[in-house]
Ligand binder design. Sequence first.
Ligand code: COI
Length: 362
Amino acid sequence: MTQIAVTLNSRPNTPPPDETLRFGTVFTDHMFMMEYDDGRGWHDPRIVPYQNFSLDPATCVLHYAQAVFDGLKAFRGADGVIRLFRPSAHAARLNRSCAGLCIPELDPALVQESLRALIEIDQRWVPSKPGTALYVRPTVIATETFLGVHPSSSYLYYVILSPVGAYYAEGMNPVKILAMDNHVRAVPGGIGAIKAAANYAASLHGAEEAARAGFTQVLWLDGVQHRYLDEVGTMNIMLRIGDEVITPPLNGAILAGVTRDSVLTLLKSWGIKVAERPVAIDEVLAAASRGALTEMWGTGTAAVISPVGELGYRDARVTINGGRIGELTQRLYDAIVGIQYGTAPDPFGWTTPLTQRVPMPA
Ligand code: COI
C-alpha cells in the first residue's frame, strides 16, 4: 500500500479566531507534496511543514502556465465531526483538468487520501463558526526547466489548506455582476471547462473593468457570439424565470461546478423544473422587464450560493428581487449548508467524515 510519509512542523502556529477569517489569506502548519518524473511516475507522497518552494527561473510553469488546481471544503459540524464535501467529485475533476493540460493522471484514491490525511493532521485549523470552513487547494504545476513549448516531463502535486470565511466581502448579501461583451474568458474547444490557472489570469482584465464600474464580478458571455451566458469565473450562474430554473449547459467553455451539480440534484429532488440550456442576455433582460426574472444566484465551492442583486449589461441595470435574497436562493443555501455542517440529512452521500480512510492501491 502507498505510504504517506509525515514530517511534523516543530513550530506550529495558532489558528486565528473564526470571526477574523476572510478568503485565502491564512494557511495551516502542513502541506502535502508529491513529484512526478517521466519513467518513474508519481512518487514520494509526503506531508511536510508548510514551506516555500525553490524553482529555477526557467521552470516551465512560470512561462507557459501548465498548472491546474481544484478547490473543496471541509466543515466542522455542530456535532464536532469534520466532513469533506464531495471529495471524490473534486478528485475526478482534478484529473480531468490534468488531462486537459497534458499532465499525467493522479491516482484518485491517493488524491482523496492526501486531502484526508493532511486535514487530519491540521484538524485544529478547521473553524467552527457558521459560514466558515477549511478550504482545500490541491494544485499541480509543471516543473521541468526549459523554454521550449511542450508538456513538461516533471510535475509537482501539492495541497495547501486555508481556514476561510465568506468569499465575497458582501458575505451572503447579494452581489452585483456585469455581463461584458468586450472581454472573453473562454471558447468551446479551449480550456474553459477545466480548472486551469490560466483561465483565472484571463479573467483579470475584465474583472478590473467591472470593479471600476462598481460590480463585484463579471458575468462572462460566450466567446463566439458574445450573447449567451457562460459563467462568472468564480461560480456558475443560475436564474429563475417564472417557475423554471435555467442554467447554461456544460458547453465545453464552462466549468462543471460541483456545487452546480449539487444544486441541480437538489432542485430536481424538490420537483422544481430545471433547464440546462443556452440563455441569451437579451432573454434575461426581456424576462426582467416583464417581471419574470425573480431570482439569480451563483454556485461555487468558495462562493457557496451567492445571490445576485443587480445585473449590468451595456447601459442596462436590472435590480433582481429588489436587491434582496430570493426565496429559492435561501432555500438552496440552507439545504447545502445543512448537509455540509451535518445539521440536515445527507440523502445523496455527499459528505465524507474525516475519520473515513480512503483505501489506497499497492
Ligand atoms: C472555488 O470555488 O473553489 C474556486 O476555485 C473559485 C476561486 C476561488 C478561484
